[in-house]
Design a protein around this ligand. Structure first.
Ligand code: ADP
Ligand code: ZN
Length: 435
């Protein structure tokens, strides 16, 4: 039986949901107009009368907010409440440049705990569970975001934070962790270390994992599920909106339900800015309709996905978004072809190789080149006896990459353990091109 944390919202009828969204949107636009000089200027500049925003249909008339706007008003210029009302500060991990600072009121923190509690429940967590949190604790939203969701649910939070993989494994086993929360690449790392120590699924009590903060493929899901003997669920979020828990997977594992009572998603054509119909891939844009400290209007996430509404088998009516392809700024353009690191990951896993790789991009003359450094497993490595063996593995991977990516790459096989492991978000690309 599927459980819900907030059934009245997660399974709400569409009409009542839209009515509530429209009301919250109108209130929010009026509030930022009054309290954030940046928004007053931007709305005035677009000739928008805040009083005219009454329903979700008015959303597309509103101007976008960009990451650059947060950077230009760094650190506190976009906050919509006086300092006395702020209870916590976080910051983005700065994957794509200067970090941005985000803030929360007491109510924002409560809302966020509710978001992550919903995600944990959708992954099958109950009050009786030990929730092992191996996301980093600190300015990064992952650790504390999941932590308070676990406590809110009434479960036991184990705040391990990231790092010290041997200790993670001791804790998993000795404390009887039931649910693991971390980045998918760190889950792979822990799983790999576990099997090296001779510890298998039967030696631990894990049932499920809630993994997010970076893109991961279906193949990687299967691999993680196999390594730990668990169900692996995706969770999406970003500091600018709240942190993890903007959307989450349910038992159906076929897309993430958006907590759309708080964050309204749209998918737009990144070039024209026009909203795209359901099911068409484009850039995700979110509007916060409940946030107090930092409510963003039509925030351009740079993430690529599709959204659609369906009668999900889990019973939730919340709109769904697909797994992410990656972010627009992760996308490499190699000789005019768009390449996402996640595609390389899928190919490797399909071939039975672990997704330990690094893409080294360069330009020779006017030609982009991409070298894919692929780490061998100890088994494959010890089975290689001639140069011919090595070349045939290389050729096989190059062939598979060419047919998936549509662009020629050079594969370089490297010895086991040569590619750096990540305890947080993995770094997959080294771009040496000078633009
Ligand atoms: P930064 O932007 O500095 O990395 P955040 O830690 O807030 O800061 O990261 C948010 C970003 O992480 C999202 O915009 C998205 O690109 C990525 N992300 C978060 N969750 C997922 C997920 N489940 N799948 C893919 N990407 C994700
Ligand atoms: Zn569902």
């Amino acid at each position: 039986m599927e459980q819900y944390y907030s059934p009245w919202i997660e399974c709400a009828g569409l009409d009542s949901l839209r009515a509530e969204q429209g009301k919250r949107l109108g209130d929010m636009v009026k509030r930022v107009y009054e309290s954030v000089p940046f928004y007053r200027e931007r709305l005035d500049g677009h000739g928008i009368d805040p009083e005219s925003i009454k329903s979700v249909d008015d959303l597309s008339r509103l101007p976008f907010t960009y990451k650059k706007d947060l950077r230009d008003t760094y650190p506190y210029g976009m906050f919509a409440v006086p300092k006395e009302r702020i209870r916590r500060i976080h910051a983005t991990s700065g994957t794509t440049g200067k970090m941005t600072v985000v803030a929360y009121t007491r109510r924002d923190l409560d809302d966020w705990s509710e978001d992550t509690a919903r995600a944990l429940v959708a992954a099958g967590a109950t009050k009786a569970d030990y929730i092992h949190i191996a996301y980093g604790y600190g300015l990064f939203t992952g650790g504390l975001g999941m932590h308070y969701g676990a406590e809110r649910l009434g479960a036991v939070a184990i705040p391990v934070s990231s790092g010290n993989t041997a200790r993670q494994i001791d804790i998993l086993r000795d404390f009887g962790s039931n649910i693991l929360c971390c980045t998918p690449s760190y889950a792979m790392y822990i799983g790999e270390a576990m099997s090296e120590m001779g510890i298998g699924p039967d030696d631990i009590s894990l049932r499920a994992g809630v993994f997010g903060a970076e893109a991961w493929s279906e193949e990687m899901r299967l691999e993680i599920q196999r390594m730990f003997g668990i169900k692996a669920y995706d969770i999406f979020g970003m500091a600018e909106l709240i942190g993890p828990g903007v959307s989450f997977e349910c038992s159906d594992q076929s897309g993430m339900h958006v907590n759309e009572d708080k964050y309204i998603p749209e998918v737009i054509d990144p070039k024209t800015g026009k909203p795209l119909p359901e099911g068409v891939q484009g850039e995700l844009v979110f509007t916060c309709v409940r946030k107090e400290a930092l409510p963003l209007i039509r925030y351009r996430t740079g993430d690529i996905a599709t959204i659609w509404r369906e009668n999900c088998a889990c019973g939730r009516t919340l709109i769904k978004m697909s797994k992410l392809r990656g972010r627009t700024d992760d996308m490499l353009i190699i000789r005019g072809v768009n390449v996402f690191p996640s595609q390389v990951e899928s190919v490797l896993l399909d071939l039975g190789l672990p997704p330990n790789y690094l893409l080294v991009v360069d330009r020779v003359g006017n030609m982009d080149t991409m070298e894919v450094q692929v780490e061998m497993t100890p088994e494959i490595f010890s089975g290689i006896s001639t140069v011919g063996d090595l070349q045939s593995i290389q050729k096989k991977i190059e062939g598979a990459l060419l047919s998936t990516l549509g662009v020629t790459t050079t594969v370089k096989l490297v010895e086991p353990k040569q590619i750096a492991r990540s305890e947080g978000k993995a770094k997959r690309v080294q771009d040496n091109r000078k633009f």
